[in-house]
Design a protein around this ligand. Structure first.
Ligand code: GRF
Length: 220
């Protein structure tokens, strides 16, 4: 849990691409929906739109190009250094397309969040919308979860469920899910910065109550 501080909570956001979730969180901070500030955006890919979005919000942003490092371990050690320069209370993965080393995950244990476009534990990994369509699912959605050493496996915090329509394509389903991403990620970040959200022994707690496996569910 974040210690009570007079200063706004310091958030570092890691991105690899569009950065629309980062923007949703930046907007929530700007509207003073929460006492928090994105102090840095770090991308592992140069030239991505998310960096431009960060500039538009006057958020310090930097690139740490993973292709400049020989190994995953070396990249992650340098990423830790770059993140720790900003003394974050919370590290937010927002479309950060890298598998993280255990060392990295352990370093930010309990203060590392991710958003994954499926109703976890369903469809860990990639191509989640396609997989939901191919399976004939009637419902799909998105999950914000604490990050553990298991890929897409940490305890769930909040999920938004959306219907899958008969004529959905991957694109239409993805857009419907993304609208929800921009709602639930700022909510989870706000809860964390208010000290309401904690991870203890691999489980997520909200206001000291263990959350169900799905996390809190929003239905649409
Ligand atoms: C989102 O769909 C998120 O669920 C997934 O990566 C995508 C990132 O989108 N983890 P953006 O970069 O935030 O626009």
């Amino acid at each position: 849990m974040r210690e009570e501080k007079a200063e706004p909570a310091r958030i570092v956001v890691l991105i690899s691409g569009s950065g629309s979730n980062m923007q949703a969180i930046a907007e929530a901070c700007q509207k003073q929906n929460m006492d928090a500030e994105i102090v840095a955006v770090i991308s592992n890919r140069p030239g991505v739109p998310g960096l431009e979005r960060a500039q538009q919000f006057d958020i310090p942003n930097e690139v740490l190009d993973h292709t400049s490092f020989a190994t995953r371990e070396e990249f992650d050690i340098n990423l830790i250094r770059a993140i720790d320069e900003h003394s974050p209370d919370l590290v937010v993965l927002a479309g950060f397309m890298r598998i993280l080393t255990s060392e990295f995950v352990r370093r930010y244990k309990g203060r590392l969040l991710n958003i994954h476009p499926s109703l976890l534990p369903k469809y860990k990994g990639l191509h989640t919308h396609k997989r939901a369509l191919e399976a004939g699912d009637k419902e799909h959605g998105v999950t914000v979860h604490f990050v553990s050493e298991d890929l897409d496996g940490g305890p769930n915090i909040i999920q938004a469920v959306v219907p899958v329509l008969d004529d959905d394509s991957e694109t239409t389903l993805q857009s419907r899910v993304q609208i929800q991403e921009h709602i639930i990620y700022p909510i989870a970040v706000k809860w964390f910065t208010e000290g309401r959200l904690t991870m203890l022994k691999g489980d997520a707690y909200f206001d000291n109550q263990a959350l169900p496996e799905s996390g809190l569910q929003l239905n649409h």
